[in-house]
Ligand binder design. Structure first.
Ligand SMILES: *Cc1c(COP(=O)(O)O)cnc(C)c1O
Length: 356
């Protein structure tokens, strides 16, 4: 049945999926079509049961169909699904975020992590009056044009588009450095400092497989002058600890991007930070950013219910312990069977690299 479904999906959806990674292309096999889920288990159209280690890329930190989150969604839906006006709930949610994330004084809600990053970059450029941004090799920050860039020829630090459909002109302001390479970042910063608007970094590289920041690296990024430091905490926010990676490492960025967990697996993203920067957004300032469904009541309710649970019950020790156990088990099996692998782990975030 999966195969039939996949065949019919491919007729009407490019590649049969609405996000490329779901097609299983890099690991083989055909996509699994999921019908329902509960806790840590998902069930496919054949009623086959799977243990879900992915949990919507971390968005479902509370597991599937958490009773309190589902209840919040239902209660809210009964009263209308979107108003296109301001709501009290958005103010309460913003307060939860501002209280949770140390560096966030003001926050704006969007619908995805992509939107959060795209808007934060625009804001940083407006604030500094500069054009260039520095990102790190391999880091994924969503699918907006200027961030789908990869290293160029190696002769310059300038990048090239990492997809068809993005003009070279759109990525020419995106610089790329290897993560953890202070010397290279220093070199780029000193060369481009007059035009460097922002440094954007996942404080723990998590989307591309886990790479931890070496001691002093984030501190060094924080010390760069006249440039906006953006933490992409779409994965690490509310994941490493309630206050995110910035609380975990004790480093305050200027702007922070959030997604995944913040919406309780409904479409929510957010970006926030220093009030003087955030106040440049329309209608207070002249940096345009908008969204028909931004602050959507149902999505915000799901996010709020999730954050309240995370705040009330300190789950982080527990999930770290679980991940420790899983990782040491995997390592033991690998040793016993002679499989060479490397596990990078921090808190509940880990990934396996099949090499020494
Ligand atoms: C998932 C992710 C994004 C993009 O978020 P979407 O909601 O998929 O648009 C951006 N940055 C990081 C680090 C992510 O993991």
């Amino acid at each position: 049945m999966n195969n039939n479904l996949f065949e019919s999906a491919k007729k009407v959806i490019p590649g049969g999926v609405n996000s490329p990674v779901r097609a299983f292309k890099s690991v083989g096999g055909t996509p699994v079509f999921i019908k329902r889920a509960e806790g840590s288990f998902i069930y496919d159209e054949h009623d086959r049961k799977y243990l879900d280690y992915c949990l919507s890329w971390g968005a479902l930190i509370l597991g599937h169909a958490n009773a309190e989150v589902v209840e919040a969604i239902k209660v809210t839906a009964d009263k209308g699904t979107n108003f296109g006006t301001a709501t009290k709930r958005e103010v309460q949610f913003a307060n939860l975020i501002v209280d949770a994330i140390l560096s966030i004084e003001k926050v704006r809600l969007v619908n995805s992590g992509t939107e959060a990053v795209m808007s934060a970059v625009r804001l940083a450029r407006a604030y500094t009056g500069k054009n260039k941004i520095l990102k790190f090799e391999g880091a994924y920050h969503g699918h907006s044009d200027c961030l789908l860039a990869k290293s160029g020829s190696g002769i310059t630090d300038l990048s090239v588009p990492d997809t068809q459909g993005v003009p070279y002109d759109f990525t020419k302001h995106t610089l790329i450095a290897p993560f953890n390479n202070i010397a290279k970042v220093k070199q780029i910063v000193s060369y481009y400092k007059d035009d460097l608007a922002a440094v954007i970094v996942e404080p723990v590289m998590a989307n591309c497989g886990v790479v931890l920041p070496e001691k002093g690296f984030l501190e060094f990024l924080r010390s760069i002058d006249n440039t906006v430091l953006i933490f992409d905490e779409v994965i690490t926010g509310f994941r490493l600890c309630y206050g995110g990676a910035q609380d975990f490492f004790g480093i305050k960025p200027d702007l922070t991007c959030l997604g995944k967990i913040i919406g309780g697996a409904m479409p929510v993203g957010a970006f926030g930070g220093r009030a003087d920067i955030m106040d440049m957004l329309a209608p207070e300032g002249n940096v345009y950013q908008a969204g028909t469904l931004s602050g959507n009541p149902i999505a915000v309710s799901a996010g709020m219910a999730s954050l309240k649970i995370l705040k009330k019950n300190d789950l982080y020790k527990k999930i770290t312990k679980t991940a420790d156990k899983l990782c040491s088990g995997i390592k033991k099996i690998a040793e016993n069977t002679g499989i060479k692998l490397q596990i990078n782990q921090i808190g509940s975030i880990f990934s396996i690299f099949y090499r020494e």
